[in-house]
Write a protein that binds this ligand. Structure first.
Ligand code: 5RP
Length: 299
């Protein structure tokens, strides 16, 4: 039995109102505690931003260049990312369960690069996502694609399932080969994802009008990386996206196909979390490389 507490000297700070402390992330004020908490693990509560590392490419294109051996090439990057975007297959088989890095799991799939990519289905039960202690799930949405409605239904089913367990959904706007990649299209695609319940949306950067894409989307947008660019161009794209309203990035090839993935990931962090100018971030990238090449430096 605990001792009874008879003291009269309790302090209830009656003159100090209790504060509500919803996570300040865009659109997140009305979510349940668990969902806010998971979002606060993906988006750094100090900067409000995230640097996610996307390594899920194998789910439709097999062993992508740079991802042939995730255990060798990617594990050294994991401590430097705010959230790892991967498949449950890679998570279980390769990522150590002792990692402190949150994950967002790819939850749709089906067609390979040999088929019509928009013909995706749900590829994961959220019971398994919870079992894997993930912080979110990602779903490809092909607005304007052949299987547009099917992919939107994939997303809405995940959103419903996600609310039951407090898991946020990342809607990934996928662009078909022959479709225009402009602000008009991304305003449409991102807004549809958010209106239908995605708590975060991943989309590509466009040099003209990206700020209208982020402003028109009521939940945070993270910038997708796309094909490998020279480091300065990739850093510039990430810088502009964040300056124009993105809440961070979810980059893959521009990091793991870089000359030095660990240095590139740290340079992207500078741009996203500290608003470092791209030219300075490139210098930082080069400095990290030359330091790692010094005799006695850790590999
Ligand atoms: C494709 C994806 C992939 O998951 C991945 O994010 C692509 O990353 P990157 O283009 O930066 O290599 O979402 O739409």
């Amino acid at each position: 039995m605990p001792e009874q507490d008879f003291t009269e000297k309790k302090n209830f700070y009656e003159d100090i109102p209790q504060r509500n402390s919803a996570f300040f992330l865009k659109g997140a004020g009305a979510y349940d505690w668990g969902m806010q908490n998971r979002l606060a693990r993906i988006f750094n509560p100090e900067s409000g931003k995230t640097v996610m590392l996307a390594i899920d490419h194998g789910y439709f294109q097999g062993p992508t260049t740079g991802l042939e051996r995730i255990d060798i090439n990617i594990l050294p990057l994991v401590p430097y990312t705010d959230a790892l975007f991967c498949t449950r297959g890679i998570l279980r088989s390769v990522i150590p369960a002792a990692t402190r890095t949150p994950t967002v799991l790819r939850a749709t799939g089906g067609p390979s690069i040999l088929k019509e990519l928009s013909n995706e289905q749900l590829a994961m039960d959220l019971e398994d996502a919870v079992r894997l202690n993930t912080c979110g799930v990602g779903v490809q949405v092909f607005v304007g694609g052949e299987f547009e409605t099917q992919t939107i239904h994939n997303m809405t089913r995940l959103v419903d399932a996600g609310y039951k367990v407090g898991l946020p959904v990342l809607g990934v706007t996928a662009v078909g080969k022959d479709m225009a990649r402009d602000a008009k299209y991304f305003r449409l695609a991102t807004r549809i994802c958010a209106e239908l319940g995605a708590q975060m949306v991943k989309t590509y950067y466009v040099p003209q009008g990206f700020e209208t894409v982020t402003a028109g989307c009521p939940v945070p947008i993270v910038m997708a990386g796309g094909k490998k660019l020279p480091e300065l161009e990739a850093l510039t794209m990430a810088y502009r996206a964040v300056q124009e309203g993105a809440a961070g990035v979810d980059m893959g090839r521009n990091i793991f196909q870089s000359e030095s993935p660990v240095a590139m990931l740290q340079a992207v962090r500078k741009v996203v979390h500290e608003a470092m100018k791209p030219e300075l971030a490139l210098e930082f990238f080069k400095t990290l490389i030359s330091e790692s090449n010094k005799p006695g430096a850790q590999a």
